[in-house]
Write a protein that binds this ligand. Structure first.
Ligand code: GLY
Length: 252
């Protein structure tokens, strides 16, 4: 497994915020937490590929939003926030070494954080960042690859993957206040603890599910469902409306 990652911008404090109040962010602390995150990826078997730093792009550590990577093809997105569109050329250049690369074109917009891949279905959040043209474009690009695209409503959070994440082979962890659990019929549904609304974003690699240390009650629920977990402190990145999946692009 290869993980594309990008270091934290010193301007992280000027990041986009949609549902959170702006709090002071310590970029050095965020960088330390990000370093621990990348070490955890390595421990779980990932080889890291560091993309060039983009210090002038506050959100550039959240590389997930810039592409959707499948086995055969990579789709470079057109992020919904115009402040983030300059993040994509270096991602496209990196992905071209590993995949055939195609692009979401204007007026489509799509953030990778809105794309939840479960087997042959891509659930795509109809968030403020991802528009109908972006979803239609993704569907057109992926249809030859046997992937089904399913537009999925969400409310109260930035991205679909703020509301739900997939824990292979058969489980979704979700916040039922933000996404309708019946969308995931056929999968086992575990709900976050209601005191931890942001806890649904987890990242599973090689049978271990990384979960933010900020959400111990939800972690207990996930463990009780028979899932092996590892907690990581990413609290400074949460202030930037980021979470675990946002900070890497994984390639098998
Ligand atoms: N701060 C994360 C984002 O808005 O893209």
């Amino acid at each position: 497994m290869l993980a594309l990652v990008r270091e934290v911008s010193p301007a992280l404090g000027r990041c986009e915020l949609t549902h959170l109040e702006r709090l002071p962010i310590d970029p050095a602390r965020a960088a330390d937490q990000h370093r621990d995150y990348t070490r955890a990826l390595q421990t779980l078997g990932c080889t890291l590929e560091w993309l060039p730093a983009l210090p002038e792009y506050p959100d550039s550590v959240f590389i997930e939003d810039t592409a959707v990577v499948l086995d055969a093809i990579a789709v470079v997105t057109r992020p919904g926030a115009s402040s983030r569109r300059g993040e994509t050329p270096s991602v496209a250049a990196a992905l071209e070494r590993h995949r055939r690369v195609v692009h979401i074109a204007a007026p489509g917009s799509l953030d990778g954080g809105d794309v939840l891949h479960v087997d042959r279905t891509l659930y795509v959040g109809t968030s403020a960042r991802t528009n109908a043209q972006g979803i239609a474009e993704l569907e057109r690009l992926l249809q030859p690859h046997g992937q089904r695209v399913r537009a999925t409503a969400l409310q109260g959070c930035l991205h679909l993957k703020s509301a739900v994440s997939f824990i292979p082979p058969d489980t979704v962890l979700l916040n039922p206040a933000w996404v309708d659990p019946t969308v995931f019929a056929g999968l086992r549904v575990v709900a976050v603890d209601e005191r931890e609304p942001y806890a649904a974003n987890t990242l599973t690699i090689g049978g271990t599910t990384l979960i933010s240390a900020a959400y111990p009650r939800t972690r207990q629920r996930v463990e009780a469902a028979g899932v092996r977990t590892q907690a990581l402190d990413v609290g400074e990145l949460h202030k930037a409306e980021g979470a675990l999946t946002c900070m890497s692009l994984l390639l098998e």
